[in-house]
Design a protein around this ligand. Structure first.
Ligand code: NAP
Length: 312
């Protein structure tokens, strides 16, 4: 029995008649929409650890088949409970995820909506953690930053977030064309972004890409070395070096995966695990934030702001 307001009500009546303070909250439902055929178990585990009560997982989700799934989230519970349902968009392709996010947003109207977190391939939460690590050691506004392998999901997001914080960003790739495409995509969102595409297909080009830079983020594929000890040591102006690849060989030789603000040759160094702890905290906090209102859309910038607010 639930009592309140002078009445003693059987549970069946409690939502309809009890004062608001006595109304039981609906369970938190997260609807995981993954553009890959198999929904990510990593994202599922984080959701459960972040306090989600029920997780509904869907794989192979596309803009063409998502509408019914979103309508199910929008129309089943009443307006007062919409904040207890949320959507997570994941999958290995950021581009596919972005198209899905666009379609999901178009399903919403007026107050009839649910909050959404977009973190395809962990790109937003990982890039945010890397940018926050860098910001502990240098002002990003006006800094020259090089993002090695800035064309992958994480690298693109890191470049976008750094540009958004006023850094002059060199987006590096083995292919100048790919680097240019990333710069153009970021400029489409941030017309004032200071971006330079650079080719890094050999050691000399990588050294040139680092010349004068105070920050380097290596966002290369797992098990690919992008930066040698020699080139790093020959870049005396480098204040922060962040490697996101934990799989040997690591992306920046000499940095250990667990490094977290370790001073190596006068440069603050972070390895993938050193950044990973913050990434996990941001990811969990972002899931929790979804259930505080029904109108949030958490993409790169919102995830970074959330990480900032955690004081990591
Ligand atoms: P990705 O898509 O697998 O690769 C990123 C870029 O690496 C590619 O766009 C490519 O750039 C370059 N690349 C691929 N193969 C290469 C090769 N053989 N030689 C040189 N460059 C190569 O990576 P991602 O998904 O964005 O993730 C980036 C890194 O972050 C990965 O190492 C991933 O494991 C790690 N990660 C870490 C965390 C964490 O919490 N620490 C979380 C998520 C991901 P170009 O073709 O343009 O050269």
């Amino acid at each position: 029995m639930v009592s309140g307001g002078g009445l003693t009500l059987p549970p069946v009546f409690r939502n309809a008649y009890a004062p608001a303070s006595f109304v039981m909250a609906k369970p938190k439902i997260l609807i995981q929409l993954d553009t890959d055929q198999q929904p990510s178990t990593f994202d599922a585990v984080v959701a459960v650890d972040a306090g989600v009560d029920h997780l509904f997982q869907y794989g192979g989700v596309t803009p063409e088949n998502v509408t019914g799934l979103v309508h199910g989230a929008m129309f089943t519970r009443g307006p007062a409970d919409l904040h207890q349902t949320a959507i997570f968009i994941g999958g290995s392709s950021v581009e596919s995820g972005e198209r899905l996010l666009e379609r999901v947003r178009k399903c919403f109207f007026g107050p009839v909506r649910v909050s959404v977190l977009f973190d395809a391939n962990g790109a937003n939460t990982t890039a945010a953690a890397a940018v926050l690590a860098a910001a502990k050691h240098l002002p990003l506004e006006g800094a020259t930053a090089t993002v090695l392998a800035g064309t992958g999901p994480v690298g693109q997001r890191a470049a976008r977030l750094l540009a958004g914080r006023g850094a002059q960003v060199r987006v590096a790739s083995r292919s100048l064309q790919k680097a240019e495409a990333v710069c153009n995509a970021i400029r489409g969102r941030q017309s004032a972004a200071k971006l330079t595409p650079v080719q890094t297909s050999n050691t000399e080009e990588t050294a040139a890409a680092l010349s004068g830079a105070s920050l380097v983020i290596a966002a290369g594929a797992a098990g690919v070395e992008l930066l040698s000890v020699e080139v790093r040591r020959n870049s005396p102006q480098l204040k922060v070096a962040i490697d996101l690849n934990a799989v040997p060989p690591v992306g920046i030789t000499g940095i250990q995966p667990q490094d977290k603000a370790v001073d190596r040759d006068g440069t603050f160094c972070y390895g993938a695990l050193g950044v990973g702890g913050t990434k996990m905290k941001i990811h969990r906090a972002a899931i929790e934030r979804l259930f505080t209102s029904n109108d949030r859309v958490l993409d790169a910038e919102e995830v970074l702001a959330l990480g900032d607010s955690l004081g990591k």
